[in-house]
Design a protein around this ligand. Structure first.
Ligand SMILES: Cc1cc2nc3c(=O)[nH]c(=O)nc-3n(C[C@H](O)[C@H](O)[C@H](O)COP(=O)(O)OP(=O)(O)OC[C@H]3O[C@@H](n4cnc5c(N)ncnc54)[C@H](O)[C@@H]3O)c2cc1C
Length: 47
């Protein structure tokens, strides 16, 4: 499967999985515009 190299990605959730997925997406597609939406006050505060 071809990875998307450009476009927009919205990740819902800033816990452990969200930022991990966002970072992976930027590694395989540096041209992607990635936005993380987190309902709380902290993003990946334990990492
Ligand atoms: C008491 C407890 C102790 C734990 N201790 C450990 C430990 O010591 N070591 C370890 O490795 N794991 C531990 N875990 C497990 C670890 O917390 C989870 O495996 C990990 O946090 C899961 O990450 P996640 O990104 O899938 O979900 P979460 O961490 O739950 O992140 C989901 C995020 O999405 C956000 N969200 C949800 N809905 C929306 C919405 N509609 N819009 C915007 N944001 C939204 C939430 O606010 C949350 O920040 C523990 C879990 C618990 C409950």
């Amino acid at each position: 499967m071809t990875e998307p190299r450009a476009g927009r990605l919205v990740v819902v959730g800033g816990g452990a999985g969200g930022p991990s997925a966002a970072a992976k997406a930027k590694r395989v597609g540096p041209g992607l515009e990635v936005t993380i939406l987190e309902q709380g006050s902290f993003v990946s505060f334990a990492a």
